[in-house]
Design a protein around this ligand. Sequence first.
Ligand code: NAD
Length: 477
Amino acid sequence: MEKINGIEQADPVLINEKYLKSHKQIFNMAGYRAAKISTIRIGIIGLGVRGPMHLNILKKIEGVEIKALCDKNPEKVKEAVKMLENTDHKPLLFTEGEEEWKKLCQRSDIDLVLVTTPFFMHTAMSIYAMKHGKHVASEVPVAGTMEECWDLVKTSEETKCHLMMLENYSYMEFHLQTLNMARQGFFGEVIHGDGAYNTSKMNNNFGKNHYSDMWWLHQYANRRGNVYPTHGLGPICQIMDINRGDRLDYMVSVESNDFMMGNKARELAEKDPFFQEFKNLDFRGNMNTTVIRTLKGRTIMLQHDGTSPSPHNLIHGIYGTKGAALFDPAPPRLSKGKGWLEAEVVDELRDKFTPEIYKKMSNITRSSAHGGSDFLMLWHLVDCLRNGLPVPQDVYDAASWSSIIPLSQWSVLNRSNSVNIPDFTAGAWKTNPRNMDIELKNGGANTRINFTIPDKPEPDDFLTRQWKQDLGGSNIK
Ligand SMILES: NC(=O)c1ccc[n+]([C@@H]2O[C@H](COP(=O)([O-])OP(=O)(O)OC[C@H]3O[C@@H](n4cnc5c(N)ncnc54)[C@H](O)[C@@H]3O)[C@@H](O)[C@H]2O)c1
């Protein structure tokens, strides 16, 4: 068994062999319509950076009651409560220690648990919540090991509780537009996609007061492979109808050495004893490149570089038999085969292919974080639950997109050998219906937003500053 910094790594290949021997679908969660919930009582676990961003949006959506807030750090809970001043939300508070979140999940007056803690905690919290009858929306990635991916699928099927991983990049304007273009045949047959989450997080990761308990730096030290695959992969999988007509088959992953983090840890440790524990760690490589092949013979190239000082880059390149698209670097581009199209033509095509969901919300989305995608995603989830509609991204998406974390680590540790990606749908991918109803054929009518559209974007509060800093001059407006 391989070790990283002295920690043994579970072998995902053996785990898959074990699960695939006996795995049968208990209940198909793809397309599942749970009972309608007119007012969704929400409990949020984790109020660091991401939790309050969601809170700030959810408090403005009709049919939402913020019922409970939990963070092991009482200061974070206090700050979140402040955000609800002058609203009707009067949440119960859970602040006394590491295990308080369980009490939140045990309550019978909560319908949806939002998990926004460090990612290695997501699966345990999501499973516990589902076992207590709650639908779950978890931040990305929802799982970090292969066993966790399988357990999430099994629990969601057993409990018939939705598990949606909140892949917000699927709701970016250009990503929604290219999904619509793919569905309407603009690209012909989609052959290949390029996706990435390349952005310098060096200051965040080494910031003493940034992520709670330096959790991201620990992840960068104790894992190999693509530790953050879903922003790049999710939108491409939706364009390729993965888990509904095609599925991820196998992959290889190649990783550079670390040329930055170890040096930085040693440099900081010389001046500050706080960094002593990091100075001898062997960090993951700066650039990981993973290549995936689907069962229908399409390919996906996926990158993650969280360190080098290059501009934020999602790539989001889509290549088909009849056309192509490319988001990053700016400006977003489209092609029909002879070079990139002129800006005016791109604008005309944007008007033609912007889906109903974006048109309906465009004023609001343009004035909120991550290119408006956060607002749109949460509104859509709430609207689907209120109307008893399938959630836009289901547990099979969550598991297959997150499974790239353990599988890319395995490939990197095994000289980039190829590794199979398991079928979490147990064959149902052949007939599963499409999700992510971007034309709002169902729903979309009765969930209003309690929000006065500002003339200019919302005030530059600390959350907005945070995501701008994260994006570091990206193409994302
Ligand atoms: N989708 C996106 O665009 C996006 C952006 C940023 C972060 N994220 C994801 O959101 C998640 C949270 O990231 P963050 O930046 O907010 O991290 P953070 O460290 O700022 O916040 C995590 C919070 O969880 C709390 N916490 C830790 N253990 C707990 C426990 N046992 N019980 C209750 N609370 C506990 C911490 O005190 C902290 O306040 C991560 O999984 C990250 O990958 C997603």
